[in-house]
Design a protein around this ligand. Sequence first.
Ligand SMILES: [Zn+2]
Length: 443
Amino acid sequence: MKNILIGALAFLSFQGMANTGLIQEEVFVNGLQDLKIIKQHPALTIDHMTNSGFELYGPKGMKQWLQESGISFSENTHSHSHSTKSNKFEVSYPTYEQIEANLLKLVALRPDIAKLFSIGKSTEGRELYVVKISDNVEIDELEPEFKYISSMHGNEITGRELTQFLIKDIIEGYGSNQQITELVNNTELYIMPSMNPDGSKRKQRANAKGYDLNRNFPDWTIGEINSEATRQAETKAVMKFQASRNFSLSANFHGGAVVANYPWDSTYERHPFDKLLQDISLKYANENPEMRTSTEFAGGITNGADWYVLKGGMQDWSYFWYNDLQITVELSNKKWPRYSKIPGFYQDNKASMLAYAEAIHQGAGFVTSSKIATGSVEVMLKLNDGSYRTLGSFGFSRGEFYKVLTNGEYKFRVNIKGENTVREFTTTVDPSVQANGNYTALN
Ligand SMILES: [Zn+2]
């Protein structure tokens, strides 16, 4: 009797729960017939939708609720593929300490172009490492700023290794490989292999406190403001990092599918730069044989919400508040593949990772004479008849602005706060890598 009562109470409190991204139970829901009921439950997180079903994450009481609602599910074996089987011939993944040592070793090869720093600590006190790669790496130069972040879902491990391979190849290729040399000379690249080291240590999706970090960012579609209060340690660190830089193009790496997923995730509304997002997602997918030939996603890309809607994700937050176009790249169907598969995944993704980073040069910006100037800029595209169409108005700070755009001719109308004059200039956007980026100096 007592157990029944406790069960009933848990069931009732579960029904009233809001979504905080807390994960205490995980299952695979069989089929799509119950999707509607599940979508109405705010505390549940859907991931990796396929025709046969989807992963479902939620707080305690979820499984009971599913049972009592008559929804068919099985244990989520997908997220732990291979992780539970031990194989003495299989090389295991490096530990946090080994990754730290590897990154230190790599940046020491070329301290003139690479440096390692931490943007904060995880819940359990692990450093959240970022490698900056650029010529004159110690100087904050006026160059477009790009970033890769991997493995915010701790058990989606492939990208944590691939980003380390990429760091190595960029550092070693500098000076001999032309594509890499031009990229490093004219871009500030920031690469974060592991946003959730505590989760990776446990081979789990959530951070050490059980929170899904890709449901933990501020989301304007549910009325949130861009505030760090109440966010998880890892989310806060990334939010502070983003606010301190001028990123204009980013991607974050996941696993469990093979696809490049572009905003928005949180609404079915099309993104104002939908076509551009498709183009840059294709730049990634086209260089990856498995992604390009996907039978599940045309061209290896998908709009986020068209796949499944999620709230509190990083990519929507990144553009909405920081004008930083970000896509989510799913690198491998198995979230935790055998380590011996990693070099093959890197071969499939290396050209994509470089081509996507290079895409940041398809853009334009400006710099003001004051490093602390703030204001707004209206960006207008020149049409065939010579007139201009306004694409939007964007804020800028720290005296600089840069935006990735489709090819064409543009007019920028810049309003510097505290000044009465509007500065206007025209500029051309094409994919070529320009010396230190395509910036116009405003005097
Ligand atoms: Zn993920």
